[in-house]
Ligand binder design. Structure first.
Ligand code: GLU
Length: 449
C-alpha cells in the first residue's frame, strides 16, 4: 500500500501522471519524493504559493535526438539520444549518461529527477540532469563504441558546457566512452574545456578517487548508519549486486572495513562465494577483459554461479544493491529482513520498489536511499570540476577525505531532518526534505523562472 499523499500534493501528482503518460519509473521517483513533502508545505506555505513543487516536476529542458552510426559490417544503425536538463537552481545541470537498451524518456526523467535532490544533498553547486541512449554497448567493438560516442556528441555538444550542463558516466558509460566524447567535444568546439565532462582520465583532467567514489561513498554512508546504531562493518556478511564500477568499489571498501562480501552479479545471474569475493578476479574479468561474471567460477572452484536466480535469497547482514532500478521488490525485501539483514545502502538509483521500501521501514532496519547513499559519485564529480576550474589536481588521500566528509554531512543532514520532522531514523524522509528545501529556497530567491 502506497503512503497517501497530502491533499495539496495529490493534485500535483495527478497532473504529473497526466502530463507524462507511460513513464512509470518517473512516476515512481516523483511519488516517492512527494510522499515526504506534506509537512514541508505546512511549515513553508510560500513553497505552495510559488508552485515550487509543480515547477520542480517539470524539466527545464528536454532534448531528444537521432544518433546514427555505422557498425563493423558497414550497416547503418540508428539509436535515440536524450538529455533532460531538469533543474539549474543550484548550479549547472549535472548528471550521468546511461547507455542501455532499456533507456527511454521515462528512465532518463526518473534519473534526472532523483539527481536534483541527490546533488542538492552533496552541498556543492550542481543542478540536476541526466542523459543517455538506448544504445547497447554489450558485445560492441571499440571502434563501434567510438563511432557511436562521436555521433552522440556531435549533437550533444551544442547543449553542454562547463557552466551549462556537465555530463558524466552511468550504466554503460565509463572512462573509455568519456574519452571518446571529450575528444569529439574538443574537436568540434576547438576548446580544451576540462569542466564540460567528469569521469575523465587521470592524465587529462580527471580526478583521483572519482572511479572509486560512488562505491566508497555508499559504504561510508552505510558505515555512518551503522555507527548511529553503535555498530560497524567488522565481520558483517554483505551482499552486493552488480559487478560494474559501483559494485567493485563497494566491495573493495567493505573489505577494507572488515566486512565479508559473498555475492556479486550481472544481468544473467549471480555469484555466491562463501569464502568472500575475490575482487582482483572480478576486476580482471569485468574491467580488463569485459567478460561475463559467470566466468568467475572457472577460477574459484568453491564459488557457485546461479543463472537467473535471486541474489537476495543469500543471507546477509548488509545488502548493497548496486546494479539497477527496481532490483529489490517486496518479496526480496521480506526475505532479506527474515534472513537477518540490518542495513541496506543503495549504490544504484532507485533499486528498491515502493513496497520493498515500506517493508524495510516497517522492520526498522537502517535503509539508506540511493539519492543519499550513492551521492558520493556525483559529489566527487563536483570535486573534479573544482580541480578543473583552478587547473589543479589533488592527491588521492585528500580527495577521498573530502568525499568521506561529504558523506558524513549527508548522513547528518538526513538524520537530523528525519528527527526534526518527527520520524527518527527515516532516511527517505530526511533525504527528500533536506534535498528539496535547498532547491526550493534557491528557486524562491530567483523568482518565477
Ligand atoms: N551517474 C552518477 C549518478 O547517478 C554520477 C553522475 C555524475 O558524476 O555526474 O549520480
Amino acid at each position: 500500500m502506497a503512503t497517501p499523499l497530502d491533499e495539496k500534493i495529490e493534485p500535483i501528482y495527478q497532473e504529473v501522471l497526466a502530463r507524462n503518460p507511460g513513464e512509470i519509473e518517473f512516476h515512481q521517483a516523483v511519488r516517492e519524493v512527494l510522499e515526504s513533502l506534506g509537512p514541508v508545505l505546512v511549515k513553508n506555505p510560500e513553497f505552495a504559493e510559488h508552485k515550487i513543487i509543480e515547477r520542480i516536476c517539470e524539466p527545464e529542458r528536454q532534448i531528444i535526438f537521432r544518433v546514427p552510426w555505422v557498425d563493423t559490417h558497414g550497416v547503418v544503425q540508428i539509436n535515440r539520444g536524450f538529455r533532460v536538463e531538469f533543474n539549474s537552481a543550484l548550479g549547472p545541470y549535472k548528471g550521468g549518461l546511461r547507455f542501455h537498451p532499456s533507456v527511454y524518456l521515462g528512465i532518463i526523467k526518473f534519473l534526472g529527477f532523483e539527481q536534483i535532490f541527490k546533488n542538492s544533498l552533496t552541498g556543492l553547486p550542481i543542478g540536476g540532469g541526466k542523459g543517455g541512449s538506448d544504445f547497447d554497448p554489450k558485445g560492441k567493438t571499440d571502434g563501434e563504441i567510438m563511432r557511436f560516442c562521436q555521433s552522440f556528441m556531435t549533437e550533444l555538444y551544442r547543449h553542454i558546457g562547463e557552466h551549462t550542463d556537465v555530463p558524466a558516466g552511468d550504466i554503460g558509460v565509463g572512462g573509455r566512452e568519456i574519452g571518446f566524447m571529450f575528444g569529439t567535444y574538443k574537436r568540434i568546439t576547438n576548446r580544451w574545456e576540462a569542466g564540460v565532462l567528469t569521469g575523465k582520465g587521470l592524465n587529462w583532467g580527471g580526478s583521483l578517487a572519482r572511479t572509486e567514489a560512488t562505491g566508497y561513498g555508499a559504504v561510508y554512508f552505510v558505515d555512518e548508519m551503522l555507527k548511529a546504531r553503535k555498530d560497524n562493518f567488522d565481520g558483517k556478511i554483505c551482499s552486493v549486486s552488480g559487478s560494474g564500477n559501483v559494485s567493485i568499489y563497494t566491495i573493495e571498501k567493505i573489505q577494507q572495513l572488515g566486512g565479508k562480501v559473498v555475492t556479486c552479479s550481472d544481468s544473467n545471474g549471480y555469484i555466491y562465494d562463501e569464502k568472500g569475493i575475490d575482487l582482483k578476479l572480478v576486476q580482471q574479468l569485468k574491467e580488463i577483459e569485459r567478460r561475463r561474471i559467470k566466468d568467475y567460477v572457472n577460477y574459484r572452484k568453491d564459488a557457485k554461479y546461479v543463472k537467473g536466480g535471486n541474489i537476495w535469497e543469500i543471507p546477509c547482514q548488509v545488502a548493497m544493491p548496486s546494479a539497477t532500478e527496481n532490483e529489490i521488490n517486496g518479496k526480496d525485501a521480506r526475505i532479506l529482513v527474515e534472513n537477518g539483514c540490518i542495513a541496506v545502502g543503495e549504490g544504484a538509483n532507485m533499486p528498491t520498489t515502493p513496497e520493498g521500501i515500506s517493508i524495510f521501514q516497517g522492520a526498522k532496519i537502517a535503509y539508506g536511499p540511493g539519492k543519499a547513499a550513492n551521492a558520493g559519485g556525483v559529489a566527487t564529480s563536483a570535486l573534479e570540476m573544482q580541480q578543473n576550474a583552478c587547473r589543479d589536481s589533488w592527491d588521492f588521500a585528500s580527495t577521498d577525505q573530502k568525499l568521506q566528509r561529504i558523506m558524513q554531512n549527508i548522513h547528518k543532514d538526513c538524520f537530523e531532518m528525519a528527527d526534526k520532522y518527527g520520524d527518527p531514523g527515516n532516511y527517505v524522509l530526511g533525504a527528500n526534505i533536506a534535498g528539496f528545501i535547498k532547491v526550493a529556497r534557491a528557486m524562491l530567491a530567483m523568482g518565477v523562472v
